[in-house]
Design a protein around this ligand. Structure first.
Ligand SMILES: Cc1ncc(COP(=O)(O)O)c(C=O)c1O
Length: 456
């Protein structure tokens, strides 16, 4: 049989690498791989329980609705849905975006909005617009793992500010800003996911939100608020987004349909004042000309049914139950030394293990047990941080899978603990039983404490 020519190169050889290495741009030297993308190949195997992805549960979207909407698009708008569109996005898509932002009390000017290929592209375009190599970008510690490769590829100097149960420590941010003042430097922006943060699950308190916006206005400091999860609240009182508190002068906003409708449609947006937006639009023209017109039509159809808030309410019910299942499973299966966050919304729990457990090593063991999570170091630019933490997703898996997945991870942790004790002869000091999880000892990076305590 004849060999198929394009099948020849199954593996990259070192001689292949040498051939191209001299051609690479300097920025490729600091590019980082996205931890989730790497894991996707493994987690696609049906036997693997993945607590790794940030996957919303798309199985709950009614297939009949999807079919009817796509049929309507085919019948009424085939030519336009298959054509290029404006770089800024269709006005009708922007109307849908205004509705979503309005649900959280925001009222941007439609001209300040651009439709992007997911929130991910919005982060990329903002960096493309603002960041030169060596510029300072400030973000939370831990931060959204998908933002780390973006900051790295624009060669930013990224400074991460610790989070606690009330989100980013604004006192620490102020100390960093003062230090930078002393060096005559200032950050290009502060990036924050203030509500149900990815990966930590924590929410920035109202006091800190106000202080951050006050700092932004006093210092003319840009803040990038990334808010995919604000509407996915399971309990507690809604908090105003930073964008609402600021009114859109210094807070740029990133949103997405991924977690309230579908990540497969790849529709997100950015909101920025006109001078910044002008550059973002130029950046997008260079990147991909326009966002998918087909999926913009889908969103238009979907919103015209006026059921989008009901669908979010359904998702919230499902995710609340799954969060509770995961917390119960963690209590049952994780060692007493572990701590974790208990989010009031969103998709993630952040767990911290004894310091001697490296969660990247643990992941290798967990994958042998067909379970995956995101190791904490993916949420840090300095990869020596977050090594004993992990991000666990509870939205994309059912209750049974959550229980079994956490059981398998718990088993892998127990094996590590036993090995450590056998090698060192040490017995870890086991803290008091954990009826009151809030009172457990502080984790390494994200101290676990009741909201309202500590610094603003
Ligand atoms: C904080 C945050 N920002 C941005 C994104 C990117 O989402 P998308 O590109 O699907 O809109 C995600 C996805 O998980 C996220 O959690």
């Amino acid at each position: 049989m004849e060999e198929t020519p394009h099948r020849r190169r199954a593996h990259t050889r070192s001689s292949d690498l040498e051939r191209y290495a001299g051609l690479f741009a300097a920025r490729t030297g600091v590019m980082r791989s996205s931890a989730m993308r790497d894991l996707m190949a493994v987690t696609a195997r049906p036997e693997v329980i993945s607590l790794a992805g940030g996957l919303p549960d798309t199985s709950t979207f009614p297939a009949g609705t999807f079919a009817a909407q796509m049929t309507r698009i085919a019948q009424e708008s085939t030519a336009e849905a298959l054509q290029y569109g404006p770089t800024e996005g269709f006005a009708e898509t922007v109307d849908c975006i205004l509705e979503v932002m309005g649900a959280e009390g925001m009222l941007p000017d439609p001209d300040d909005v651009i439709v992007t290929t997911g929130g991910q592209q919005a982060i990329d375009l903002i960096c493309k617009t603002l960041v030169d190599p060596g510029d300072v970008v400030v973000c939370e510690a831990p931060t959204y793992p998908g933002a780390v490769p973006v900051f790295c590829s624009y060669q930013a100097e990224t400074i991460q500010i610790d989070c606690d149960g009330d989100g980013m420590r604004i006192d620490e941010l102020e100390a960093v800003l003062a230090r930078l003042d002393g060096e005559s430097r200032r950050p290009k922006f502060v990036y924050s996911v203030p509500s149900f943060q990815n990966p930590a699950g924590v929410t920035m308190s109202l006091e800190r939100r106000r202080r951050l916006v006050e700092l932004a206005r006093q210092r003319e400091l840009l803040v990038v608020e990334d808010n995919p999860y604000g509407l996915l609240r399971f309990g507690g009182e809604p908090l105003p987004p930073l964008y609402q508190l600021d009114g859109g002068d210094f807070v740029l906003y990133v949103g997405t349909f991924s977690k309230i409708l579908s990540p497969g449609i790849r529709l997100g947006w950015a909101v920025a004042p006109p001078p910044v937006m002008e550059k973002i639009v130029l950046g997008k023209q260079a990147a991909d000309l326009c966002t998918s017109t087909l999926t913009q039509h889908f969103v238009r159809e979907y919103f015209s049914e006026r059921r989008w808030r009901e669908y979010i309410a359904d998702l919230v019910e499902i995710y609340r139950g799954r969060r509770d299942t995961m917390i119960a499973a963690l209590h049952d299966q994780f060692p007493a030394q572990a701590t974790w966050t208990e989010p009031e919304g969103g998709l993630f729990i952040w767990a911290t293990l004894p310091e001697y457990i490296d969660t990247s090593d643990l992941l290798a063991k967990a994958l042998r047990k067909d379970v995956a999570f995101v190791p904490g170091q993916a949420a840090y630019v300095d990869e020596s941080r977050g090594r004993n933490s992990m991000r666990l997703n509870f939205s994309g898996v059912n209750d049974e899978e959550i229980r079994e997945g956490v059981r398998r991870i718990g088993e892998a942790i127990s094996e590590q603990v036993e090995l450590y004790e056998a090698l060192t002869g040490e017995q870890e000091v086991v803290p008091a039983p954990r009826e009151k999880p809030e009172s457990r000892p502080a984790g390494d990076v994200l101290p676990f404490r009741k909201s309202g305590e500590g610094a603003a």
